[in-house]
Design a binder for this molecule. Structure first.
Ligand code: ATP
Ligand code: MG
Length: 333
């Protein structure tokens, strides 16, 4: 069976982009693939995380996945730092990947900002750890948002170079991206040219999965738009990134094509459309938010799910890591 791997960082502020661009698709893939989903805490600490908050965010992310419909019995849900193969394989990949390849990564440039010398070495090596996440399971398919496409290409480059360097043809499969759904890139509510992001300093830019109905209504009411009413056809969204974003979110949540949404709402003012959008967002997120709140009161259940998941992940990754060590020329115990 084909194997899917994907991960999300426990950095708090889980938002609608994470849900529409990742978690919701992960739920759907469970019907057709063997799925391995990971709370990537090793990635999270590439930027400073307060330890108490990190612990809470790990549990919250796992809870959001379960509340959204990820089945930890049929598939695997675990926490990255509990399976040592990720860090071990990442080191080997640090020695396979070239500095020139990493220098091209746009996420590093964005996240490191102007003071690149002050960024952690881990932030720079992040894509090499991501390659290890995927290849430790020889995953064949990786659902990724647009923002992770470049990193997945690097994973393929690392796999190819490893296979060539060690004359181990086909040792690692070249994982395929699965870019799914109409909302692969949900944009900020304040700036239609920036993606909705956990790390955006403005909470108003984001629809959080834990926001209550009043907060959602306020954020959507205040979302940036232009003065024109909604167009009736998709090409009318050209050059109107904020309008496009709100329509795309609505369409994704309703499971409808954008064209149908515009056929229905074309000509209406944003004030009216924002009300309709609020109703849909509240309707779709409320059951998940409620279940997350329930799970928050049961941390020992979450910890048990993650522990069981780590055991099962380890059972797949360890034999692959042993083979890697053999190929590289290390002695296995
Ligand atoms: P950060 O900005 O700190 O990197 P993030 O919001 O990108 O946080 P991640 O944990 O890096 O969150 O990403 C988790 C998953 O959510 C990834 O699969 C990523 O592609 C997806 N994702 C993140 N932001 C968006 C977005 N705005 N639209 C669609 N998908 C997104
Ligand atoms: Mg990200």
């Amino acid at each position: 069976m084909q194997r899917v791997f994907s991960g999300a960082q426990p950095t708090g502020n889980l938002h609608l982009g994470n849900y529409l661009g990742a978690i919701r698709n992960w739920v759907a893939l469970q019907n057709d693939f063997e799925c391995i989903y990971c709370v990537v805490d090793l990635h999270a600490i590439t930027v400073w995380q307060e330890p108490g908050e990190l612990r809470a965010n790990i549990r919250e992310l796992a809870a959001s996945m379960i509340a959204s419909g990820i089945d930890p019995e049929k598939h695997i849900l675990f926490n990255q730092s509990q399976v040592s193969a990720h860090a071990e394989l990442a080191w080997i990949f640090n020695c396979v990947a070239r500095i020139g390849w990493l220098n091209r990564m746009t996420q590093f440039k964005e996240k490191a900002g102007k003071h690149r010398e002050n960024a952690s070495l881990g932030l720079y090596a992040y894509p090499s750890l991501m390659a290890a996440d995927i290849l430790a399971y020889k995953a064949t398919h990786v659902p990724v948002g647009e923002d992770q496409k470049q990193h997945l290409e690097l994973t393929r480059d690392i796999a190819t170079k490893f296979n060539n360097d060690f004359s181990a043809e086909d040792f690692f499969p070249l994982p395929e991206p699965l870019i799914l759904g109409p909302a692969t890139r949900v944009m900020s509510l304040r700036d239609g040219s920036k993606k909705m992001s956990k790390s955006d300093s403005s909470d108003m830019a984001r629809i959080n999965m834990t926001d209550d109905a009043d907060t959602l209504a306020k954020k959507i009411r205040k979302a940036k738009t232009d003065a024109e009413p909604l167009p009736s056809e998709a090409d009318g969204l050209e050059g109107r990134p904020e309008a496009r974003n709100l329509v795309t979110i609505y369409a994704a949540l309703m499971d409808k094509p954008v064209a149908d949404v515009l056929a229905e709402h074309g000509g209406t003012q944003f004030s009216g459309f924002k009300q309709a959008l609020t109703d849909v967002v509240v309707d779709k997120l409320a059951p998940i938010t409620e279940e997350m709140a329930r799970l928050k009161n049961d941390p020992s259940y979450i910890d048990a799910v993650l522990a069981k998941g780590a055991e099962r992940a380890d059972a797949i990754a360890q034999p692959i890591l042993r083979e890697v060590k053999e190929v590289v020329g290390f002695l296995n115990r």
